[in-house]
Design a protein around this ligand. Structure first.
Ligand SMILES: CC(C)(COP(=O)(O)OP(=O)(O)OC[C@H]1O[C@@H](n2cnc3c(N)ncnc32)[C@H](O)[C@@H]1OP(=O)(O)O)[C@@H](O)C(=O)NCCC(=O)NCCS
Length: 397
């Protein structure tokens, strides 16, 4: 018999082993487990068992997501989802996703968010791509930057790294729609553990006129050679163009570095505009970043700001959480459920694609994601949903 339950602390090790195997990674070694266990938030890990065997797991941790206008909404950050390969395509994930959505709604978290290993998994559960990132590479041996950097950059090492970055990150991230807060345990694997083990990680902090306003974490990657290294940026948050310019110019200017790469960088990071030769920045591709699930549609719509212009009536359908079904009038800076015929209609996953401002409703309508009942509605919706800035998170989980 197949059953889903919330795992207790002594079941997390097995869940972690199972998940690691599903993404073809080694299990956490014994000496590291106590620290790794802290990254599981109590009471938020599901296990599916068949008899006495664990065959599926998924977990979430609490965070907050910035939405247009600056509010930060409680969010379940869903992660470590895996089903044992001999038990896939039998509904194990579907069972966990339904339970997870019900638990998230019961906790009063209006949003759930995840990063998808494959793009065809999560749409059916109401998740839509709400932010994207791009893979970039900047040549450090090119023609340099158009202007001298403003501000200064310092390198942070050893025991100062975690306190410095944790103090900076959340405020920087929440300035942009899609940014999330990072709970303290998040920092261990990508930063704390690496520094503690003595791995070579470049950690740089930018200081502008009002104090520290950006940081970068990067490490050597790829073949390269002794004097032609490539640095890969794993984390870079910056408030304003001067901080972005200062950090990228610093990294590309480090001795023996030829090239600096970044993955899932904001699509509007203006590297080409800052470089003396815009072709010194090569964009290798774009990828989906945030898969967002509006768990409480009325609360999520009420929390974000809206653009100016005449109102629009949007009908929303939610197969898994029918409490979200209804027609929402968006306009005059608010959104509320009304009794009216919709001018536009969408499923909840397609609503998420516009919610943070990533995709314009007219484009979603033209590509079949939204349905149009009033020819003037897409343009009105575009003006209302526009947020003025590309959403971006910058935290992988
Ligand atoms: C992805 C994964 C969790 C799916 O689990 P699962 O138990 O097989 O999923 P379900 O049986 O509940 O699938 C539900 C539906 O999604 C579809 N689906 C599931 N995984 C899919 C995939 N990778 N690609 C396309 N469709 C997929 C199923 O075919 C099924 O469709 P149907 O309802 O039309 O029959 C599992 O395959 C896995 O562990 N993969 C490796 C680890 C991984 O990628 N984890 C996700 C990290 S974000």
């Amino acid at each position: 018999m197949v059953a889903v339950h919330v795992l207790g602390p002594d079941e997390l090790r097995a869940a972690n082993r199972l998940f690691a195997a599903t993404i073809h990674q080694d299990a956490v070694p014994d000496p590291d487990w106590d620290r790794a266990a802290l990254s599981y938030s109590p009471g938020r890990t599901l296990g599916v068992t068949e008899g006495r065997e664990l065959v599926g797991t998924a977990t979430s941790f609490p965070t907050r997501t910035a939405v247009p206008g600056g509010a930060a909404l409680d969010t379940a950050a869903v992660t470590r989802v895996g089903v044992r390969p001999d038990r896939t395509r039998r509904g194990v994930l579907s069972t966990m996703m339904r339970t997870l959505l019900d638990d998230t709604a019961a906790r009063g978290e209006p949003l759930a968010s995840l990063r998808a290993s494959e793009a065809r998994i999560y749409g059916r559960f109401g998740y839509g791509v709400a932010s994207r990132g791009r893979e970039v590479a900047v040549s450090g041996t090119g023609k340099g930057w158009r202007r001298a950097p403003a501000g200064s950059v310092r390198v942070v090492v050893g025991d100062d790294v975690l306190p410095t970055l944790t103090a900076l990150h959340d405020a920087l991230a929440l300035r942009r729609p899609g940014g999330i807060t990072r709970p303290e345990p998040w920092w261990w694997r990508p930063v704390g553990q690496r520094v503690a083990k003595g791995e070579h990680v470049v950690v740089a902090v930018h200081t502008g006129p009002d104090g520290d306003d950006g940081f970068a974490v990067a490490s050597p990657t790829g073949p390269g050679s002794f004097s032609h290294r490539t640095l890969r940026v794993s984390d870079l948050h910056a408030d304003g163009v001067d901080a972005v310019a200062g950090l990228w110019a610093f990294l590309t200017g480090i001795d023996l570095v030829d090239r600096v790469e970044g993955w899932l960088r904001p699509v509007d990071e203006p590297l080409e505009l800052l470089l003396a030769d815009p072709r010194d920045c090569v964009v290798a591709g774009f990828e989906d970043e945030t898969w967002l699930r509006l768990v409480d549609v009325p609360a999520a719509l009420a929390a974000r700001s809206w653009g100016a212009g005449p109102s629009v009536l949007v009908g929303v359908h939610d197969r898994l959480l029918p409490a979200n079904d209804g027609v929402y009038r968006i306009g005059d800076g608010t959104a509320e459920r009304v009794r009216a015929e919709p001018e536009l209609e969408c499923d909840v996953d397609a609503l998420a694609m516009a919610y943070l401002g990533d995709r314009a409703p007219s484009l979603l309508a033209a590509t079949g994601w939204w349905r149009v009942h009033d020819a003037g509605a897409p343009a009105r919706a575009d003006a209302l949903f526009a947020s003025g800035r590309s959403p971006w998170c910058g935290t992988y989980f």
